[in-house]
Ligand binder design. Structure first.
Ligand code: HEM
Length: 219
């Protein structure tokens, strides 16, 4: 039987495989960024987690505004899903810490990250890269983050609603289905290339954000 489920113009590895491979080094770097490593190892405090959450607010504000604008697009619309929407949860988590993100400013790396996301308004393939990088991360490592924040810093579960996906029963199944949707995207080779390149850039943006949060030079 011949394989017939690959997307248009996709010979060789699937889009999801290419994304995972292309970002695996960047992923390892992100996991070991000093800010993340310190946060995950219990060397910081809940205030540091709150600083991260504030900055993520700006990121999701851009991601979800652009996603809403592209919801009917055949490429972006394949991954945009209301079950993933994080901004209201992040806003509620911040409110429970007594933080109004409107009174906070994005760090320089966050401002650049937001600009990069907003620049994908006209290029759904590149938008998907940002969508993949954040949401698949939240559905994966994000679950570990929530656990550690509770364990190390006593952050109440009710203030970590950002990491809970009530509308999704089985995270693994959802992630597998998400990857299948990526693999079926109607993208030609050039657009696929842009998607993969933008995912690497998205990881770099996250790395720079962690650098800014660490107070280190985010270059
Ligand atoms: C706190 C540090 C982190 C830990 C412990 C962690 C852990 C993990 C784990 C265990 C997986 C595999 C899940 C699976 O195969 O289903 C994963 C996947 C992923 N993570 Fe992370 N991660 C971390 C940080 C990040 C960061 C900072 C990002 C980007 C913003 C990120 C983005 C992703 C993505 C996109 C995937 C999906 C890979 C794929 O299957 O294509 N992760 N992470």
């Amino acid at each position: 039987m011949s394989a017939s489920i690959s997307g248009p113009g996709t010979a060789g590895p699937s889009i999801s495989q290419r994304l995972r491979e292309a970002t695996s080094v960047a992923h390892q770097r992100a996991e070991h960024a000093p800010f993340i490593d310190d946060l995950m190892s219990g060397r910081l405090d809940s205030g540091d987690y709150q600083r991260l959450a504030v900055q993520l607010y700006f990121v999701y504000e851009a991601l979800e505004a652009v996603g809403d604008g592209l919801a009917d697009d055949p490429v972006a619309g394949a991954v945009v899903d209301d079950k993933l929407r994080r901004l209201p949860r992040l806003g509620a988590d911040l409110a429970s810490f007594g933080i109004d993100p409107r009174s906070c400013a994005p760090l320089p790396a966050v401002a650049r990250y937001v600009e990069a996301i907003e620049a994908t308004r006209d290029d759904p393939a590149r938008f998907v890269a940002h969508h993949y990088t954040r949401y698949l991360g939240d559905l994966s490592g994000g679950q570990v983050v929530a656990h550690r924040m509770r364990e190390h810093y006593g952050v109440d579960a009710s203030a970590l609603s950002f990491y809970s996906f009530d509308g999704i029963e089985k995270l693994k199944r959802y992630k597998d289905a998400y990857r299948a949707r990526l693999d079926a995207l109607p993208l030609d080779a050039a657009a696929t290339e842009r998607l993969v390149e933008e995912a690497i850039a998205a990881f770099d943006h996250n790395q720079a954000v962690f650098g800014d949060l660490d107070g280190a030079d985010a270059a």
